[in-house]
Design a protein. Structure first.
Length: 81
């Protein structure tokens, strides 16, 4: 029974980590690299009178995305293990 619980623990750890990573990587790639506006975040929406996200918005999303990917991964594994 303990061995089964240990396997489920590892499976859930990997599953949750992948879900979090995919969400963060999607935001990093979509907003930071591709420049697509994010309707859920007011910081990453196209301003009136402009046709695309500004360079500052894209750099901010890219840097914040990389930091979040690193920090959430580190915190998840440190907390779980």
């Amino acid at each position: 029974m303990a061995a089964r619980l240990k396997r489920w623990n590892k499976f859930l750890l990997v599953f949750i980590a992948l879900v979090i990573k995919l969400g963060l990587v999607d935001q990093f790639v979509s907003v930071g690299l591709l420049g697509n506006p994010n309707p859920d975040d007011p910081n990453y929406q196209i301003k009136p009178g402009e046709t695309a996200l500004t360079t500052l918005q894209r750099v901010d999303a890219a840097v914040l995305g990389l930091v979040n990917i690193y920090v959430f991964s580190l915190a998840m594994f440190a907390w779980w293990c």
